[in-house]
Design a protein around this ligand. Structure first.
Ligand SMILES: [Mg+2]
Length: 318
């Protein structure tokens, strides 16, 4: 959903403006521009990881969706960002905006979904805020967690020659996966413990956009192979027809809300990563889609040769 403001400033420009001159202090290891904030609060051996996210009615969910799936999605999005940092979420607070006349069964259903996911990942829900809204229902979750000091993974560490991997299958998430996905916390933890990726991000805006975020932060480029992109069955089903700009590959490159992991590792580790992953997570596909280059830009190799990837991506105000 391209969602420009009335003056035509898109989400990335807005964030760039708002974050240009924010106060920081000595605790800040990673601030705006990464999946999570990372803080040094003097905890021995660990850094503190901090993140917030929001869902808004009719933007991220509709009232027709089963309420537990809404609650699941709200928390899963936050936990997916913890996965991107290879961090462990510990506790969350929930801010809820409701109209004066609200449906109690609906909100209790949302909390059922929240509670189930939080319990599975041992995330304590430790408070929050309920407020009245004249507009749509919204649900905002902030979470705090930790990561070992030497195992935090950020977007900025990709190095020329690195192999680029993605988990799962991409595109067509709107068919349902965006409501039911499981955050890749276990996979990220395993990666950090065994290979320590140079850079990692969770795919929320779409492969092309999110890989660009990694490349921008890492001051590098990438070359990916069209025939290696793991296109989901949902994307193949949804995108039939002759227009390649609307085809399954375009969907896999540009559809948002896949919530898979994209990461880079030294090329010498690529085979061991693939073999280890297959043994550890046999139900989750892992694909090497290309490599990091010193030449900036994102290029894709297909039957016509090598070309620049256009400005694909799901831009939104979330
Ligand atoms: Mg993210």
């Amino acid at each position: 959903m391209a969602n420009p403001s009335p003056k035509g400033i898109d989400e990335l420009e807005l964030i760039a403006r708002l974050t240009r001159d924010l106060p920081a202090n000595a605790s800040v290891i990673a601030g705006p521009g990464d999946d999570c904030a990372v803080l040094d609060l003097g905890v021995p051996g660990h850094l503190v990881v901090f993140k917030t996210d929001a869902l808004v009615q009719d933007i991220h969910f509709t009232m027709e969706i089963e309420p537990p799936r809404v609650g699941h999605k709200a928390l899963a999005r936050v936990l997916s960002d913890f996965a991107a940092a290879a961090a462990t979420p510990v506790a969350a607070v929930i801010t809820l905006g409701l109209p004066t006349r609200y449906d109690l069964a609906w909100i209790e259903g949302v909390y059922t979904g929240l509670r189930t996911l939080a319990t599975r990942w041992e995330v304590a829900i430790v408070g929050g805020e309920t407020t009245c809204t004249a507009g749509p229902v919204f649900l905002s979750i902030a979470a705090v967690g930790r990561v070992e000091r030497n195992k935090v993974v950020r977007r900025c560490g990709a190095r020329p020659g690195d192999a680029v991997f993605v988990s799962g299958e991409l595109g067509g998430s709107i068919e349902g996966r965006h409501l039911d996905f499981e955050p890749r916390l276990a996979e990220a933890r395993w990666l950090a413990d065994n290979f320590l990726p140079h850079a990692m991000i969770d795919l929320s805006d779409g492969l092309a956009s999110d890989l660009r975020h990694v490349l921008g932060s890492s001051r590098a480029g990438a070359e990916i192979r069209a025939d290696s992109i793991p296109v989901s069955r949902a994307a193949r089903h949804r995108c039939r027809g002759d227009d390649p700009a609307r085809g399954p590959l375009a969907a896999a490159l540009s559809d948002g809300e896949d919530y898979e992991l994209l990461f880079t590792v030294a090329s010498g580790n690529a085979v061991r990563v693939l073999d280890g992953w297959k043994a550890q997570f046999p139900a989750v596909r892992l694909t090497c889609i290309g490599r990091i280059t010193s030449e900036p830009g994102l290029r894709i190799r297909d039957r016509q040769g090598l070309r620049e990837v256009g400005e694909h991506g799901y831009r939104h105000f979330t």
